[in-house]
Design a protein around this ligand. Structure first.
Ligand code: MD3
Ligand code: FE
Length: 216
């Protein structure tokens, strides 16, 4: 049977392989965006966003919190995964099932069946916030991928190489996009350019990014 979209221009592909082991699943989280946002609200109600300090003494422009058995923290002592929230000394909130399931479905679609994340970092960008090029290498097991979910305002994501000096390729990440990074792409340098101002219908003047990891 003919479908409504047959007559329209082809949409952007739903899945784009951007490098070996790296897949962009556009709009993957749109189907249950309301449940996803409610789950994030529930986590943030128990573990607030906070601006952490880097070991070098700079306050990050991105505000962060975590859920799961481990959360990522940084302070003057360095970077690490911690089983407790340093602000409350309590364990991080449990990872909501709706979030874990989404990450597992995305990982499976990208070829990483069996992904079992124990940490979910939640980053909040307001206009002006950015994340400089870095590698994610505080996790114990690099054979597991990282799954990232973008919500709210669009951002320009920089995908670099194995050396900081490798020229990055820029990708636009929009509300509901999911990225899976594994295999040869797991340790590439990456970052997010300064968030531009805007107003998102569900999230207002902010972007939220979740990253699901096997940290321990
Ligand atoms: C590529 N977050 O939390 S997500 C981070 O949009 C982080 O908030 C960015 O980098 C953000 O560490 C980018 C996409 C991402 C996450 C982890 C990766 C890309 C990655 C790890 C390896 C390679
Ligand atoms: Fe990162």
């Amino acid at each position: 049977m003919a479908d409504l979209f047959d007559s329209l221009d082809a949409p952007l592909p739903r899945r784009q392989d951007i490098a070996p082991g790296a897949a962009l699943l556009r709009g993957f989280a749109r189907d249950n965006e309301h449940d996803v946002l409610a789950a994030i609200d529930a986590v943030v109600a128990r573990a607030s966003f906070r601006h952490m300090m880097t070991p070098g003494g700079h306050t990050m422009s991105v505000a962060m919190t975590s859920c799961g058995t481990a959360g990522w923290v940084t302070d003057r002592r360095g970077y690490r995964y911690s089983p407790t929230d340093p602000d409350s000394a309590a364990p991080w909130p449990e990872m909501p099932a709706v979030l874990r399931d989404l990450a597992q479905r995305a990982a499976t679609e990208a070829g990483f069946a069996g992904f079992d994340p124990d940490a979910c970092l939640i980053n909040r960008y307001v206009p002006g916030a950015r994340m400089a090029l870095h590698q994610d290498k505080d996790e114990a097991d690099f054979s597991a991928p990282i799954v990232s979910l973008s919500l709210g305002l669009p951002a320009t994501f920089q995908f670099g190489g194995m050396n900081r000096s490798d020229k990055p390729i820029n990708y636009q990440l929009r509300h509901g996009d999911v990225l899976v990074w594994g295999g040869p792409s797991r340790l590439v340098y990456h970052g997010v350019l300064t968030l531009k101002d805007g107003e998102h219908p569900l999230l207002g003047r902010q972007r939220i990014n979740l990253t699901f990891r096997k940290a321990l």
